[in-house]
Design a protein. Structure first.
Length: 237
């Protein structure tokens, strides 16, 4: 039975009801306009037939893939923000239609400076989140693995503080910050790792600490004598 537009009690919106290739459908069109509902009906029916003939990968859109990607595992606020901007751009574009040209188009449409944006901005805000969604789609069989041209991002050499500079910083710091600075300098931990460190994860006898990285990954850090002393002082503050 083909899809039909129906109304139901206690709802202003029109609904789709019917069976396509053995699949029972009962979905809201999200509209009260019969003309719009008819367009939605025809499009939805065509999608269902295409899915039957060519498989689900032929109809999965970027919006559907993003929803599944976010539901599968918690994502950072930054990732969600980048994906929202991409979602506004791609919306109902099928995953199988997204390619290198689509990536270049996203640069121009989404980024404030378009093609002239810094390479690091292009990679962080567009290419990385887009590739993550496509990789997720490929794992689920919705599209092929993405193949984008690499972005050559120039890495600036890291600058390290010399021991005498660290000593001066500790001397000039407020007393309650000194243990933190010593701990950071002597272990190489990130600020977030140090601030999130709990006393139960510090083994003074074994001279080790367990710090937690993004996405719940743990890392073990050796504590030199100066770090041990800083932990003892910090625990009394």
């Amino acid at each position: 039975m083909p899809l039909k537009i129906v109304s139901i009690p206690k709802s202003k919106n029109l609904y789709l009801r019917g069976t396509v290739s053995g699949q029972s459908i009962f979905e809201s069109t999200g509209t009260t306009d019969k003309r719009v509902a008819e367009e939605i009906r025809r499009k939805r029916e065509a999608e269902l037939w295409n899915e039957t003939i060519y498989g689900k990968r032929s109809v999965i859109t970027f919006a559907e893939a993003v929803t599944a990607y976010l539901d599968y595992h918690p994502r950072s606020q930054a990732t969600q923000r980048y994906l929202l901007r991409l979602l506004d751009h791609f919306r109902t574009t099928r995953l199988t239609d997204i390619n290198q040209a689509s990536l270049l188009g996203a640069y121009r449409a989404v980024l404030r400076d378009g093609d002239k944006a810094a390479l690091s901005t292009k990679k962080r805000a567009i290419r990385t989140p887009l590739q993550a969604v496509l990789e997720f789609g490929a794992i689920n069989g919705w599209c092929d693995r993405p193949s984008f041209a690499p972005i050559p991002v120039k890495k600036n050499p890291k600058k390290f503080m010399r021991p005498e500079q660290v000593s001066r910083l500790v001397i000039c710091a407020a007393p309650h910050l000194r243990p933190l600075i010593v701990f950071l300098a002597s272990t190489g931990c990130r600020m977030s790792e140090a601030l999130d460190l709990e006393w139960k994860d510090v083994d003074l006898r074994g001279r080790r600490a367990t710090v937690w990285q993004k996405q719940g990954r743990e890392r073990h850090v050796d504590l030199p004598p100066v770090a041990l002393a800083a932990c003892r002082v910090g625990s009394t503050l």
